[in-house]
Design a protein around this ligand. Structure first.
Ligand code: CA
Length: 233
Protein backbone atom coordinates (compact mmCIF):
# COMPACT_ATOMS: atom_id res chain seq x y z
CA UNK A 1 0.00 0.00 0.00
CA UNK A 2 1.28 3.42 -0.94
CA UNK A 3 1.68 5.93 1.86
CA UNK A 4 0.29 9.39 1.33
CA UNK A 5 2.39 12.39 2.29
CA UNK A 6 0.62 15.69 2.71
CA UNK A 7 2.53 18.90 2.03
CA UNK A 8 1.14 22.09 3.51
CA UNK A 9 3.33 24.79 2.05
CA UNK A 10 2.53 28.08 0.34
CA UNK A 11 5.82 28.32 -1.56
CA UNK A 12 5.05 26.65 -4.85
CA UNK A 13 8.64 26.07 -5.97
CA UNK A 14 9.50 24.26 -2.75
CA UNK A 15 6.27 22.28 -2.74
CA UNK A 16 6.95 21.07 -6.28
CA UNK A 17 10.49 19.98 -5.44
CA UNK A 18 9.17 18.06 -2.44
CA UNK A 19 6.34 16.53 -4.45
CA UNK A 20 8.73 15.42 -7.20
CA UNK A 21 11.12 13.79 -4.78
CA UNK A 22 8.45 12.13 -2.67
CA UNK A 23 6.75 10.69 -5.73
CA UNK A 24 10.11 9.39 -6.89
CA UNK A 25 10.32 7.54 -3.57
CA UNK A 26 6.94 5.96 -4.23
CA UNK A 27 4.63 8.09 -2.08
CA UNK A 28 1.27 9.54 -3.01
CA UNK A 29 1.51 13.28 -2.53
CA UNK A 30 -1.20 15.78 -1.74
CA UNK A 31 -0.18 19.41 -1.73
CA UNK A 32 -2.21 22.16 -0.09
CA UNK A 33 -0.97 25.75 -0.29
CA UNK A 34 -3.64 27.36 1.87
CA UNK A 35 -3.46 27.04 5.61
CA UNK A 36 -7.18 27.46 6.13
CA UNK A 37 -7.86 24.45 3.92
CA UNK A 38 -5.30 22.26 5.66
CA UNK A 39 -7.52 20.55 8.23
CA UNK A 40 -10.23 19.70 5.70
CA UNK A 41 -7.61 18.23 3.37
CA UNK A 42 -6.02 16.18 6.13
CA UNK A 43 -9.41 14.81 7.15
CA UNK A 44 -10.24 13.99 3.56
CA UNK A 45 -6.91 12.30 2.72
CA UNK A 46 -5.72 10.82 6.01
CA UNK A 47 -2.02 11.02 5.09
CA UNK A 48 0.65 8.86 6.74
CA UNK A 49 2.73 11.93 7.48
CA UNK A 50 2.31 15.70 7.17
CA UNK A 51 5.01 18.15 6.12
CA UNK A 52 3.85 21.41 7.59
CA UNK A 53 5.29 24.81 6.81
CA UNK A 54 5.61 27.16 9.77
CA UNK A 55 4.98 30.39 7.89
CA UNK A 56 1.67 30.29 6.06
CA UNK A 57 -0.27 33.40 5.11
CA UNK A 58 -3.65 32.71 6.70
CA UNK A 59 -2.89 30.60 9.71
CA UNK A 60 0.46 29.57 11.13
CA UNK A 61 1.79 26.04 10.99
CA UNK A 62 1.89 26.02 14.78
CA UNK A 63 -1.84 26.76 14.95
CA UNK A 64 -2.58 24.05 12.40
CA UNK A 65 -0.48 21.60 14.37
CA UNK A 66 -2.46 22.34 17.53
CA UNK A 67 -5.71 21.85 15.63
CA UNK A 68 -4.49 18.49 14.31
CA UNK A 69 -3.68 17.35 17.83
CA UNK A 70 -7.15 18.30 19.02
CA UNK A 71 -9.00 16.32 16.39
CA UNK A 72 -9.50 12.72 17.48
CA UNK A 73 -9.61 11.31 13.96
CA UNK A 74 -6.30 12.84 12.80
CA UNK A 75 -4.37 13.53 15.99
CA UNK A 76 -2.03 10.57 15.60
CA UNK A 77 -0.67 11.54 12.21
CA UNK A 78 3.04 12.47 12.48
CA UNK A 79 3.79 16.11 11.71
CA UNK A 80 7.17 17.33 10.48
CA UNK A 81 7.45 21.10 10.75
CA UNK A 82 9.31 22.85 7.95
CA UNK A 83 10.69 26.18 8.92
CA UNK A 84 13.16 28.87 8.04
CA UNK A 85 13.50 29.67 11.69
CA UNK A 86 16.35 27.84 13.31
CA UNK A 87 16.10 29.40 16.72
CA UNK A 88 15.99 27.00 19.63
CA UNK A 89 13.00 28.84 21.07
CA UNK A 90 10.96 28.31 17.90
CA UNK A 91 11.90 24.68 17.82
CA UNK A 92 10.56 24.29 21.33
CA UNK A 93 7.37 26.11 20.33
CA UNK A 94 6.90 23.83 17.35
CA UNK A 95 7.46 20.68 19.34
CA UNK A 96 5.25 21.79 22.19
CA UNK A 97 2.48 22.48 19.67
CA UNK A 98 2.65 18.77 18.99
CA UNK A 99 5.04 18.44 16.05
CA UNK A 100 6.90 15.12 15.93
CA UNK A 101 9.89 16.41 14.06
CA UNK A 102 11.42 19.64 12.94
CA UNK A 103 13.42 20.47 9.82
CA UNK A 104 15.04 23.83 9.21
CA UNK A 105 15.09 25.35 5.73
CA UNK A 106 17.16 25.07 3.66
CA UNK A 107 17.26 21.33 4.22
CA UNK A 108 18.79 18.59 2.14
CA UNK A 109 16.31 16.45 0.23
CA UNK A 110 17.91 13.11 1.24
CA UNK A 111 17.72 14.18 4.88
CA UNK A 112 14.07 15.09 4.60
CA UNK A 113 13.28 11.82 2.80
CA UNK A 114 14.94 9.94 5.65
CA UNK A 115 12.84 11.85 8.19
CA UNK A 116 9.65 11.10 6.28
CA UNK A 117 10.49 7.41 6.26
CA UNK A 118 11.38 7.34 9.96
CA UNK A 119 8.22 9.17 10.97
CA UNK A 120 6.00 6.85 8.99
CA UNK A 121 7.71 3.82 10.52
CA UNK A 122 7.47 5.17 14.05
CA UNK A 123 3.87 6.23 13.73
CA UNK A 124 1.44 4.20 15.80
CA UNK A 125 -1.18 2.24 13.91
CA UNK A 126 -3.80 4.78 13.08
CA UNK A 127 -6.41 4.64 15.77
CA UNK A 128 -9.56 5.30 13.89
CA UNK A 129 -12.06 6.60 16.34
CA UNK A 130 -15.09 4.41 15.98
CA UNK A 131 -17.42 6.02 18.43
CA UNK A 132 -18.07 9.37 20.00
CA UNK A 133 -20.09 9.36 23.17
CA UNK A 134 -21.75 12.23 24.96
CA UNK A 135 -24.05 11.32 27.86
CA UNK A 136 -26.61 8.97 26.27
CA UNK A 137 -25.81 10.03 22.70
CA UNK A 138 -23.62 7.57 20.81
CA UNK A 139 -22.23 8.37 17.37
CA UNK A 140 -20.97 5.43 15.35
CA UNK A 141 -18.44 7.11 13.05
CA UNK A 142 -17.88 4.03 10.94
CA UNK A 143 -21.50 3.20 10.23
CA UNK A 144 -22.48 6.87 10.44
CA UNK A 145 -25.29 6.08 12.81
CA UNK A 146 -26.49 7.87 15.90
CA UNK A 147 -28.45 6.50 18.79
CA UNK A 148 -29.68 7.49 22.19
CA UNK A 149 -29.83 4.41 24.33
CA UNK A 150 -31.40 1.80 22.07
CA UNK A 151 -33.13 4.26 19.80
CA UNK A 152 -31.54 4.96 16.44
CA UNK A 153 -31.87 8.52 15.24
CA UNK A 154 -31.91 9.42 11.62
CA UNK A 155 -29.72 12.42 10.85
CA UNK A 156 -28.92 13.97 7.50
CA UNK A 157 -25.21 14.25 6.58
CA UNK A 158 -25.05 17.92 7.60
CA UNK A 159 -26.68 17.28 10.97
CA UNK A 160 -24.29 14.36 11.47
CA UNK A 161 -21.25 16.57 10.87
CA UNK A 162 -22.69 19.31 13.07
CA UNK A 163 -23.24 16.89 15.93
CA UNK A 164 -19.76 15.43 15.48
CA UNK A 165 -18.18 18.87 15.72
CA UNK A 166 -20.14 19.73 18.87
CA UNK A 167 -19.51 16.39 20.57
CA UNK A 168 -15.78 16.43 19.89
CA UNK A 169 -15.46 19.36 22.30
CA UNK A 170 -18.38 19.37 24.73
CA UNK A 171 -19.05 22.67 26.44
CA UNK A 172 -17.27 24.71 23.81
CA UNK A 173 -19.39 27.31 22.07
CA UNK A 174 -18.82 27.21 18.32
CA UNK A 175 -19.53 30.35 16.34
CA UNK A 176 -21.70 30.16 13.24
CA UNK A 177 -18.66 31.15 11.19
CA UNK A 178 -16.64 28.27 12.60
CA UNK A 179 -19.43 25.81 11.97
CA UNK A 180 -19.93 27.08 8.43
CA UNK A 181 -16.25 26.60 7.72
CA UNK A 182 -15.95 23.21 9.35
CA UNK A 183 -19.24 21.61 8.55
CA UNK A 184 -20.00 23.10 5.16
CA UNK A 185 -16.47 23.89 4.02
CA UNK A 186 -14.79 26.99 2.71
CA UNK A 187 -15.85 26.85 -0.88
CA UNK A 188 -19.56 26.70 -0.36
CA UNK A 189 -21.54 29.84 0.11
CA UNK A 190 -24.23 29.48 2.72
CA UNK A 191 -25.91 32.07 4.86
CA UNK A 192 -25.24 31.90 8.57
CA UNK A 193 -28.99 31.41 9.09
CA UNK A 194 -28.54 28.03 7.45
CA UNK A 195 -26.68 26.95 10.58
CA UNK A 196 -29.76 27.78 12.65
CA UNK A 197 -31.96 25.73 10.36
CA UNK A 198 -29.75 22.65 10.66
CA UNK A 199 -29.28 23.10 14.40
CA UNK A 200 -33.06 23.12 14.73
CA UNK A 201 -33.33 19.93 12.69
CA UNK A 202 -30.56 18.28 14.69
CA UNK A 203 -32.23 19.26 17.92
CA UNK A 204 -35.62 17.99 16.81
CA UNK A 205 -34.23 14.58 15.82
CA UNK A 206 -32.05 14.20 18.92
CA UNK A 207 -34.61 15.36 21.43
CA UNK A 208 -37.12 12.80 20.33
CA UNK A 209 -35.42 10.30 22.63
CA UNK A 210 -33.86 12.39 25.36
CA UNK A 211 -33.17 15.71 26.97
CA UNK A 212 -31.96 18.69 24.98
CA UNK A 213 -28.22 19.21 25.44
CA UNK A 214 -27.74 21.62 22.59
CA UNK A 215 -27.24 25.08 23.80
CA UNK A 216 -27.68 28.13 21.63
CA UNK A 217 -25.82 31.08 23.05
CA UNK A 218 -27.23 34.23 21.59
CA UNK A 219 -24.76 36.14 19.42
CA UNK A 220 -22.06 33.55 20.23
CA UNK A 221 -22.97 30.21 18.74
CA UNK A 222 -23.79 26.62 19.52
CA UNK A 223 -22.50 23.98 21.90
CA UNK A 224 -23.41 20.70 23.45
CA UNK A 225 -23.39 20.89 27.19
CA UNK A 226 -24.50 18.49 29.90
CA UNK A 227 -24.85 21.35 32.40
CA UNK A 228 -27.47 22.76 30.18
CA UNK A 229 -30.77 21.25 29.31
CA UNK A 230 -33.59 23.04 27.61
CA UNK A 231 -33.68 25.75 25.05
CA UNK A 232 -32.94 29.39 25.66
CA UNK A 233 -34.45 30.50 22.41
CA1 CA B 1 5.82 29.62 3.81
Amino acid sequence: MKHTVMIIEDEEALALILKYNLEKEGYNVVWESRGNRAIAQIEANHPSVILLDWMLPEISGVEICKMIRNKPDIKNIPVIMLTAKGEEEDKVKGLSAGADDYVTKPFSIPELMARVKTNIRRAPEPIVEKELVFEDIIMDLVEKKVRRGDNYIHLGPTEFRLLKTLIETPGKVFSREYLLKNVWGDNIYVESRTVDVHIRRLRKSLNEYGVDYIRTVRAAGESIDSNFTGDDE
